[in-house]
Design a protein around this ligand. Structure first.
Ligand code: PA5
Length: 420
């Protein structure tokens, strides 16, 4: 991934400080330390990941492929968004097994529609919850288990796979007692940093996505970014950029945007990764994600002329998978000037035109370039942003690996339900 800061409104010398050099070296050592108790297992994961568990994932994916048309994945937050992002970027046209996500809300209409769709299909259910206590997940499971029992009678538990903590929690205890198949969420790896574990890899493998290539992509990011020298490490440089737009330029919001529509769910994963990691102690940039050019027609006006609190980060995919040429446009058409141009050329002009317009409006812009979307790029991008996010959180002086605010809402909700 290449980081282009030409339009950042910052100067090279802003990055040039002994203080940053020292801080980044400290953060680098902390993230890559063998002691992962701070929540940093993900940082060396592309090299250290559990190969035995990886083979189990491949085996289970084969079993699902043999016995099912669909895999219903029940998860939320970090146990959902990364997998959804990968599916939307990489899913083959003719998927071996269809992946359907549930448990992402409390809306029964949504779940009912999914179960109705699955009524005449063979199904496996993968429940993904590190804690094993999340209400969305357990309430969805309750209804889905009834659905499975109806369908497969006494044998229904052979259709369940729990991805959860290695040792503790309700799901782990149930699996041990009832002989339900399990995969593990690694120790010291929070949900939003877990997609390269069984959390994402089982749905990917079941769908026929090459998970070996995903891990190879993550490993090449790990190797490329294994230096504490800021100039050689675009993830660290990008983290400093985020710090500077907040502290030096006073920006409050970072908008991720892309002209590649299959990155929309990846944007949602980024929104969680950064907001949940950094938004604490009254600090952090609020992160949102937009799909261009669609959203230029809704929020483009604000970015251009509204309260000047926004910075934009573009993910620029250089080579799209497909393209088509516009031909035979009538003379009278307002788009006659596009005759002979490809859709990708038009999209690129849209991107460049947007960068120009927003630069004229003094919006700081960072561009992260990727060549194309494939399994390796996905693995690379996931690791790049995890590293940038962990670093950025530590630069801000917050703990990037907890989420006390989210825990609070869960506690209040449980209390309300218990007392009514
Ligand atoms: O990133 C996180 O830690 C959270 O978003 C969790 O993934 C989310 O709250 C779901 O938790 P769990 O996997 O324990 O059900």
């Amino acid at each position: 991934m290449k980081l282009d800061l030409r339009y950042s409104t910052l100067k090279e010398k802003d990055f040039d400080s002994k203080e940053f050099d020292k801080k980044i070296k400290e953060i680098h050592d902390k993230l890559h330390s063998e002691d992962t108790s701070a929540g940093t297992t993900w940082a060396n994961w592309p090299e250290t990941y559990d190969k035995k568990e990886f083979n189990k994932i491949l085996k289970l994916a084969k079993e699902i492929e043999k016995n099912a048309d669909a895999l219903l994945v029940i998860g939320i937050g970090g146990s959902y968004l990364g997998a959804k992002a990968g599916m939307d970027m990489l899913a083959p046209k003719k998927q071996k097994v269809e992946i359907i996500f549930a448990g992402t809300n409390f809306d029964y209409n949504d779940l009912d529609a999914k179960l109705e769709y699955l009524k005449n299909k063979d199904v496996y259910v993968n429940v993904v919850s590190k804690s094993g206590t999340t209400v969305e997940i357990l309430s969805t499971l309750n209804i889905v288990e009834r659905f499975l029992k109806n369908k497969y009678k006494g044998d229904y538990k052979s259709r369940l796979i729990f991805t959860t903590d290695k040792e503790k929690g309700y799901l782990r205890e149930r699996a041990n007692l009832e002989g339900i198949e399990t995969l593990s969420v690694p120790d010291n790896m929070g949900g939003r940093f877990s997609v390269l574990s069984a959390v994402g890899l089982l749905p990917f493998a079941a769908a026929g996505i090459n998970v070996k290539k995903i891990m190879e992509g993550a490993l090449s990011a790990y190797n490329d970014l294994l230096t504490s020298q800021i100039e050689l490490n675009p993830a660290y440089k990008y983290a400093i950029y985020r710090y500077l737009i907040n502290k030096k330029l006073g920006k409050k919001i970072e908008l991720f945007a892309s002209f590649a529509s299959n990155l929309t769910s990846f944007g949602a994963w980024l929104v969680q990764l950064f907001n949940e990691s950094e938004g604490k102690d009254g600090k952090g940039l609020f992160v949102s994600s937009l799909a261009y050019s669609t959203d230029l027609h809704s929020v483009g006006q604000f970015i251009q002329q509204g309260t000047p609190m926004i910075a934009e980060t573009f993910i620029d995919v250089k080579t799209p998978l497909k393209d088509n040429t516009l031909t035979n446009i009538p003379l009278s058409s307002p788009i006659k000037f596009l005759d002979g141009k490809t859709m990708n050329e038009v999209n690129r002009a849209g991107f460049e035109g947007t960068v120009k317009a927003h630069t004229e409006a003094n919006v700081p812009i960072a561009i992260l370039e990727v060549d194309s979307i494939c399994e390796e790029t996905y693995g690379y991008m996931v690791y790049f942003f995890e590293l940038a996010c962990g670093t950025s959180g530590y630069l801000l002086g917050v703990n990037p690996f907890n989420q006390p605010g989210v825990e609070q809402y869960k506690a209040h909700m449980k209390q309300l339900l218990k007392s009514n």
